[in-house]
Design a protein around this ligand. Structure first.
Ligand SMILES: Nc1ncnc2c1ncn2[C@@H]1O[C@H](COP(=O)(O)OP(=O)(O)OP(=O)(O)O)[C@@H](O)[C@H]1O
Length: 356
């Protein structure tokens, strides 16, 4: 063997992309550990998402679809890829960007600037709704009142409803979010750790809320976070990468780290956790919440008042902890068993939990 040949074999310098066998590989694909070139990476990344959309019948031609756009990597890549696929495969969708301004100075104001640029870059109309306009409170105001602990509960509950209201305003048929495979695996794990069977059964569904105001889909259900970051990086997409300044959710953070450790040992671990979540069956004896409407605002709720109204009532009465079960008294019948149960159920729904 020639010395140069032996050297390139040792360093792997002569290797070609294991998909096209023509170009030099520039990355190791996190999901499969294959050494591939940039062009093949774009192709497999986009094609896998297309297959997920087609196999799960996520959209119908002619539908209006809002993309929940936070300006972060996931939703920015989602907006970009969905516009590309819509054109390439003639899905026939009318796409919109929908952003919720939680009122977090130094975080959401900056990320919304990114979404405004995406509006022009991708030619997608943008609708912004703010917590201030919808609820009379910004997250800055709420954190001033309640501190950092539990603020994610308010933010998550309000965002979910705000996205529904934005979707209604845009008259869309569906709302898509950038929740990725890592997010879903993490939520499966958290729901197991909390014993939250109702959520465990819902959190792996690719489409949820079909019986609610608007169905929500997660086209990135099987897409790895690392691949989304790589895609955004190689495509030089314009996104905002700072973490929320009010997000001290340590429990979720541990679950995230644990999954990252598993992924390092075995990349398939993320898909396997999702699969386990999908295969869980609920015993018929497990009591599931019944869906009705909030007596106060008419939004979907399994209680007399929806979660947002309970939290808002606490804030407006100067008793913010009431809604998260930290103070005595409350709505839905003061001091009753029902209030305690409601407060407990709200308390368990922390930041980013996938109630979709
Ligand atoms: N303020 C918001 N406005 C509109 N959509 C949002 C907003 N916050 C979150 N979303 C939607 O929910 C998804 C998951 O949000 P999460 O807070 O977990 O952020 P993330 O995983 O960092 O995603 P991203 O990178 O898109 O910010 C986002 O991808 C986006 O589709």
């Amino acid at each position: 063997m020639e010395a140069s040949e032996a050297k390139s074999k040792k360093t792997g310098a002569s290797r070609l992309c294991c998909l096209c066998n023509q170009r030099r590989p520039v990355l190791k694909r996190p999901k499969t550990l294959q050494q591939i070139c940039k062009e093949c990476f774009y192709e497999v990344f986009e094609e896998e998402i297309h297959q997920v959309i087609v196999k799960n019948h996520l959209f119908k031609s002619g539908e209006r679809v809002a993309i929940g756009a936070s300006g972060g990597k996931d939703s920015t890549v989602l907006a970009y890829v969905l516009s590309e696929l819509n054109r390439r495969h003639s899905y026939g969708l009318d796409l919109f960007l929908l952003s919720i301004d939680e009122g977090i100075t130094g975080y959401r104001d900056d990320s919304l600037e990114t979404v405004k640029r995406n509006e022009l870059q991708y030619g997608l109309p943008l609708q912004i709704l703010s917590y201030k306009d919808l609820y009379g409170w910004t997250m800055d105001d709420i954190v001033k009142m309640i501190g950092l602990k539990n603020n994610c509960t308010f933010c998550g509950v309000f965002r979910r409803q705000a996205l529904d209201r934005g979707a209604a305003l845009l008259k869309v048929d569906k709302l898509v979010t950038g929740h990725n495979a890592d997010d879903i695996a993490e939520t499966v794990l958290l729901n197991i750790l909390r014993g939250d069977i109702a959520r465990l059964s819902r959190c792996t569904s690719i489409t949820t809320g079909e019986d609610g105001p608007i169905p929500r889909c997660k086209p990135f259900k099987y897409t790895y976070e690392k691949e989304i970051v790589m895609y955004a990086y190689f495509k030089k997409l314009d996104y905002f990468s700072t973490e929320c300044i009010y997000s001290p959710n340590a429990y979720r953070g541990f679950a995230r780290e644990f999954i990252k450790d598993l992924e390092r040992l075995r990349p398939r671990a993320i898909l396997d956790i999702i699969k386990s979540g999908e295969d869980f069956r609920i015993a018929t004896t497990t009591k599931m919440p019944e869906q009705g409407t909030c007596e106060r605002c008419g939004y979907i709720s399994s209680q007399k008042w929806c979660k947002a109204c309970v939290l808002l009532d606490g804030l407006n009465r100067g008793l913010p902890k009431m809604g998260i079960g930290r103070a005595r008294g409350g709505v839905n019948g003061d001091h009753t068993k029902e209030t305690k149960k409601l407060a407990k159920s709200i308390e368990s729904k922390k930041c980013g939990s996938l109630d979709f």
